[in-house]
Design a binder for this molecule. Sequence first.
Ligand SMILES: [Zn+2]
Length: 151
Amino acid sequence: MPQRKPVTDSKRATAPAVSAATLRDTVFRISRAEFFNQAEIRYGPDSQQWKFRCPACGHVATVADYMKFGDAGARMAAFSCIGRLETPATDAFSGKKGPCNYAGGGLFQLNPIYVEYPADPRLSLGPRTVRHFGFADDPLAVGSVPKELKA
Ligand SMILES: [Zn+2]
């Protein structure tokens, strides 16, 4: 029986590493204004009709769906699966049909769109990045070109 050679540290060092630059390039960054414009292009100006897909289970929900459950400020829309509000929800990583209990602020942050928000002095918030779900239709993706912005 041939003996397997142990993997040496020098061989491990030749394996390609994922750099911070690579990780940065695998997410889609967009300004809040562009993100909202892209939503309007897909679904119209009524933000309650905007549709987002949960990155864990694929369930599609509108902002209005979240508001039905008392999310008046739509804080969870495009951030956590509506299964967090609806019951029963499946486990986010069970592979079962959603909606699920995925939360964008949890350990596994799958939300693919990085939306750059400007400072909001009314809320005492500085500029910040919030990770959102992708659109249900024609999702933005790395390498894609956003649809022409409205004039
Ligand atoms: Zn889900």
